[in-house]
Design a protein around this ligand. Structure first.
Ligand SMILES: [Zn+2]
Length: 247
């Protein structure tokens, strides 16, 4: 398959996103990041089953929104690709998805304490972060992994109109309108969780961002020069070239 310019550009961002999120510890041996195909919204781009730290452009493959491979038998895919497939199917405006097992976030998936944005850089995670429990739809004998499109659709229903959904005892899925945005959200959701946990340990009732603050922060143009600056910083930290070249 010969990719067009726009697709090559998204693949470059996707490879960078894998390296950045691995470097930051948001993804380790497991977890993944994907992008909707820019010229075919019924497909998405995701690495073959490989740890994010190691992903290269040649690892990126196309998957349909039911989780089947565009080129069946071409590679060994991620077992949990159904998380991505079902979210793209349910949310046409979503262009990128991250699935992470970050430690800082998991306590909020197994307790009654809701995860909410308390940090100004975390506004894009939205005021409400639902928790999905695989037990509710699939019983108490699953391996907790999202291994079927039915499980993916159930997760996407719990996500609803939110930006991030927690997965009980497992991790989270974050969505973005671009690869840049989902990288930013995935980087800051664990930091926000860490800060909120610290505030809760102080024994007080932490102050969350207001709906108005979330709206004002979300109105900042994701293509502003400050965004470009973040790509450069993240790529320098991860020791990789900036996707699309230096500014
Ligand atoms: Zn997982």
């Amino acid at each position: 398959v010969i990719a067009d310019g726009r697709t090559r550009s998204v693949i470059g961002e996707l490879v960078a996103a894998n390296r950045i999120l691995a470097n930051a510890g948001v993804l380790d041996a497991f977890g993944h990041v994907s992008a909707r195909h820019p010229s075919d919204p019924t497909r998405f781009l995701i690495s073959r089953s490989r740890s994010p730290e190691l992903v290269e452009a040649a690892d990126i493959h196309e998957v349909h929104l039911d989780g089947t491979l565009a080129e069946p038998g071409s590679h060994h895919p991620y077992i949990e690709r159904f998380i991505h497939a079902a979210i793209y199917a349910a949310r046409p405006e979503i262009a990128a998805v991250v699935h992470s097992h970050a430690d800082e976030v998991v306590p909020f998936s197994i307790s009654r304490e809701p995860l909410r944005p308390v940090l100004h850089t975390s506004a894009a995670m939205g005021a409400t972060v639902p928790v999905w429990d695989i037990r509710d739809g699939f019983g108490s004998e699953t391996n907790l992994l999202v291994t079927t499109i039915e499980q993916g659709r159930d997760l996407a229903r719990r996500l609803g109109a939110a930006r991030v959904v927690l997965m009980r005892g497992h991790g989270f899925a974050a969505t973005g309108r671009s690869v840049f945005e989902v990288v930013k959200i995935a980087l800051y959701v664990p930091r926000n969780a860490h800060i909120l946990s610290a505030a809760l340990a102080l024994g007080d009732d932490p102050v969350a961002l207001s709906d108005g603050e979330i709206r004002a922060l979300s109105a900042i143009d994701p293509d502003a020069p400050s965004s470009r600056r973040a790509w450069e910083y993240w790529c320098a930290k991860a020791g990789i070239a900036v996707p699309g070249g230096a500014t």
